[in-house]
Design a protein. Structure first.
Length: 148
């Protein structure tokens, strides 16, 4: 019997399905919050529009009482998160396969958590300052056109 759907394939339990390219989500490049949650010696750096809800969801999914270490507002959640991940890439660890956010965990003893917090605050400050400077430049440009 022929398979009706040529795209459907069978994967054995030990095989992983091929990765589908991630589509850019509209919500990734808008203002929101970046956070650091901690579970023992592991810390998660992520983004969310509702970080308290995200904390609750991840605590239930990982079945661990995650501690909130930082929640910071930024004008570009994705840019901030990518920057933090690149800076701390050396200490990146993967959690259980199949869980949400499993690739965003980092080995973080107490001194590194403090370093991650300071870095997150500085990057958010720079991103917000850049957006403010850009808005002021655009405002100055249009006001110079109007009030000539």
């Amino acid at each position: 019997m022929r398979n009706k759907n040529p795209k459907s394939t069978l994967f054995l339990k030990h095989q992983k399905p091929p990765k589908q390219p991630k589509a850019k989500r509209k919500s990734d490049y808008i203002p929101g919050f970046n956070y650091i949650f901690q579970d023992g010696y592991l810390s998660k750096v992520g983004l969310s529009e509702t970080p308290k809800s995200r904390h609750y969801f991840l605590s239930r999914e990982y079945q661990a009482p995650l501690q909130i270490r930082a929640i910071v507002f930024t004008m570009n959640m994705r840019l901030t998160e990518k920057t933090i991940h690149k800076i701390f890439k050396r200490w990146n660890v993967y959690r259980t396969y199949g869980l949400d956010g499993r690739t965003e965990w980092f080995e973080a003893p107490p001194y590194r958590v403090l370093l991650m917090q300071v870095t997150l605050f500085l990057i958010c400050w720079l991103v917000n300052f850049a957006y403010l400077a850009l808005a002021l430049l655009i405002l100055m440009f249009f006001s110079s056109l109007v009030f000539r």
